[in-house]
Design a protein around this ligand. Structure first.
Ligand SMILES: [Mg+2]
Length: 316
């Protein structure tokens, strides 16, 4: 081999070596670039999926929010619609108190007993009322519209009273009027008490005897009721009043009752009917009502609203 040929062979071998090394570098760079692009692709896909899922999640939350708003609005609509009729529904629910015919021996017994007198308080016992601009927030809100709106003039100022009847009061009065002589005795002023009594009487002529504030006694800044004004025979007279102070002089002639304001589910008047049905057969009401003395003390402690009402009846 000639020297020129040997040099050429060496040059070719060097070229091959350089070419191979360049190819290897290019392959390495190509692999790195390929790896980076695949990685970036994964990142893009991940971002896309992430954003897609975030959007789905936000859309889902928005959907739930709209569903809740819809149902809340729907429930509010139903509640407001039924609220007004709730009182009516409860007031006219079927109430059954079986007025059984008396046995001959019971009729005979009643025949020899003088008819007893049931004295009834008005405010917070049979009704609750408030007048223009007077709404106590501590006793709750009325349900539905008032049963009566009474317009009277007090000290030359026209005043409207919004009167709410205690649940079952009409049935109560209708029933007890067959057993007792009914008398209204209220610490409110006459013009208001008479108007409310007229409404409750409803032309039945069962609430004809009435006593008002001028017949009460002012003691300790509250009004008490003197039952002897109604009748001197204390063996056959008793009072139903939410205020223990009203009958403080006659605890043996009293039936306590919880103050009523707006509760449409109240059944206190109905619950009294069996007791009142039986009481008419006793000779002296005090012999039975004396057993209620512990209730008066409890009510005096807990029922402060009644005292407030008595000091400031709705007619003031
Ligand atoms: Mg009262």
């Amino acid at each position: 081999m000639s020297s020129s040929t040997l040099i050429r062979v060496q040059q070719l071998s060097l070229f091959n070596q350089n070419y191979c090394s360049n190819n290897n570098n290019n392959n390495k760079n190509g692999n790195e670039k390929h790896t980076i692009s695949v990685f970036r692709l994964f990142l893009h896909i991940f971002d896309y999926i992430y954003l897609f899922h975030i959007n789905i999640f936000l859309y889902f939350l928005l959907l739930i929010k709209r569903i809740l708003i819809f149902f809340f609005g729907f429930w509010t609509f139903i509640f407001v619609s039924l609220r007004g009729s709730r009182k009516t529904l409860i007031q006219f629910q079927s109430v059954k108190y079986y007025d059984c015919p008396l046995q001959p021996i019971s009729l005979h017994r009643l025949h020899f007993l003088p008819k007893k007198i049931l004295v009834l308080d008005l405010d917070e016992t049979l009704i609750h009322s408030h007048h223009d601009g007077q709404m106590r927030v501590d006793i709750g809100k009325p349900i539905g519209s008032p049963d009566y709106i009474i317009r009277v003039e007090i000290e030359k100022h026209p005043v409207r009273f919004f009167v709410y009847k205690r649940p079952h009061v009409d049935y109560f009065l209708e029933t007890v009027s067959k057993w007792y002589e009914l008398v209204i005795f209220t610490a409110s002023i006459e013009i208001y008490g008479a108007a409310v009594s007229d409404k409750l009487d409803n032309n039945r002529n069962i609430l004809l005897r009435r006593f008002f504030r001028q017949h009460c006694t002012l003691e300790f800044n509250a009004y008490s009721k003197d039952l002897s004004v109604v009748n001197n025979d204390l063996s056959r007279i008793f009072i139903l009043d939410n205020s223990p102070f009203a009958y403080r002089s006659y605890p043996l002639n009293a039936i306590p009752i919880k103050s009523w304001f707006f509760d449409p589910t109240d059944t206190c008047l109905l619950s009294l009917l069996p007791f009142l049905d039986a009481l008419r057969f006793c000779h002296d009401v005090r012999s039975v009502l004396a057993m209620n003395l512990h209730l008066h003390k409890n009510l005096m402690m807990t029922n402060r609203n009644s005292l407030i009402t008595q000091v400031l009846p709705p007619s003031t």
